[in-house]
Design a binder for this molecule. Structure first.
Ligand code: PEP
Ligand code: MN
Length: 354
């Protein structure tokens, strides 16, 4: 099986939508849910065979005997499969079937497991531990290899007792902005109840997250685990429509958080502040350098209004680009983009705003 990399996934599936039951229970349940999700265009299925549960007397997952069923649905519906690994011995048997490995919240600091997963090549969803700081979360990702990790904010423990956990969008944004990591959110485990799931999903999308992972079950009330938070395929279809709309709106606007509700404020800000920033980027001449630079701007949704290349007159660099971008010099997305561009450029200067 050809390995699909983390970056291939992030490029192809925008926003990144992962859905499926809390746990694989029986063959027909998995197929029914996969079929419904496939019909609405979902291409990544969550397929958990091992369930780390608080109560040892509760359903623990069906284990590796479910792998052939996963293989069947994957083939029938051409879907990618994401599966939680709770022990290093599960890594090898999933090769050729599971496309995306997954570390659950409880194992975020199981460093031997992270190291073992680090030996594999597949992309990994790394959930945030129940009380983990963003720093601990990102460092856990380093055990695997940050270029393979998709971070998943699934709610943390806080003083608030109205929900199962508290969705920490602050922390998710810090992981994105300060660490340049892709972050998805799991509204299901945060909420613990199905009626809140859609709204938390929307909040995540409006805040600029890369996607969502949602628990969907054909008969939530009969689910063997997390029955109270799973939503039906019918409800998920509506959530998906809204999520896609929010994502499109976000792409149309410049700022990741700019959905229409904020547009009045945004227009006000635009009047008062300069809109464009002129940059000077000095680079070594090599094949693909311009493409790499443009990709960074595109990744941060930064539009270019001018791009000129000039041969350099210094010994240290061969070319310089004058780039005018349609955002202010102080905008976090430009600051983040420049952090990455620093790796590609000999020199970067902000010439001014206009
Ligand atoms: C899950 O997503 O299946 C799960 C168990 O969630 P968490 O690890 O976030 O508790
Ligand atoms: Mn669950």
């Amino acid at each position: 099986m050809k390995i699909i990399t983390r970056d291939d996934i992030l490029k192809k599936y925008k926003p990144l939508i992962i859905a499926g039951p809390c746990a694989v229970e029986v063959r027909e349940q998995l197929r029914t849910i996969a079929k419904a999700l496939n019909e609405m265009g979902v291409k990544i299925l969550r397929c958990q065979l091992f369930k780390p549960r608080t109560d040892p007397d509760s359903f623990q997952g069906i284990g590796l005997k479910g792998l052939p069923w996963i293989r069947e649905v994957k083939k029938e519906f051409s879907m990618l499969v994401a599966m939680e690994i709770t022990d290093k011995d599960q890594i090898k048997p999933t090769k050729g079937i599971v496309d995306i490995l997954w570390v659950g919240a409880r194992n975020m600091q199981n460093y031997e497991l992270l190291k073992a997963i680090g030996q594999d090549e597949r992309p990994v969803i790394l959930k945030r531990g129940l009380i983990a700081t963003v720093d601990e979360w990102v460092k856990a990702g380093k055990y695997i290899g940050l270029d393979r990790v998709i971070f998943c904010e699934r709610g943390i423990r806080s003083g608030a007792d109205s929900m199962r956990f508290t969705l920490d969008l602050n922390g998710a944004l810090v992981a994105k902005f300060d660490h340049q990591m892709p972050v998805i959110i799991d509204p299901s485990h945060t909420a613990g109840r199905s009626d809140l799931v859609p709204y938390l999903a929307y909040a995540g999308m409006a805040a600029g997250m890369d996607g969502i992972v949602v628990e969907v079950h054909n008969q939530p009330e009969k689910a063997l685990s997390d029955a109270s938070q799973q939503i039906t395929p019918e409800v998920f279809k509506k959530v998906l429509n809204e999520v896609n709309t929010l994502y499109k709106l976000r792409r149309q606007k410049e700022a990741p958080s700019a959905i229409p509700a904020f547009s009045v404020q945004e227009a006000h800000l635009k009047k008062k502040h300069p809109l464009k920033t002129l940059l000077f980027l000095a680079v070594k001449n090599r094949v693909g350098i311009l493409k790499d630079i443009l990709t960074v701007f595109a990744d941060f949704d930064i539009n270019l209004s001018k791009l000129e290349s000039h041969p350099g007159d210094s010994k240290n660099w061969d070319y310089y680009f004058e780039v005018e971008v349609e955002c202010e010099a102080t905008e976090p997305r430009l600051i983040q983009a420049l952090k990455i561009l620093k790796e590609l450029c000999q020199q970067i200067k902000i010439i001014g705003e206009n």
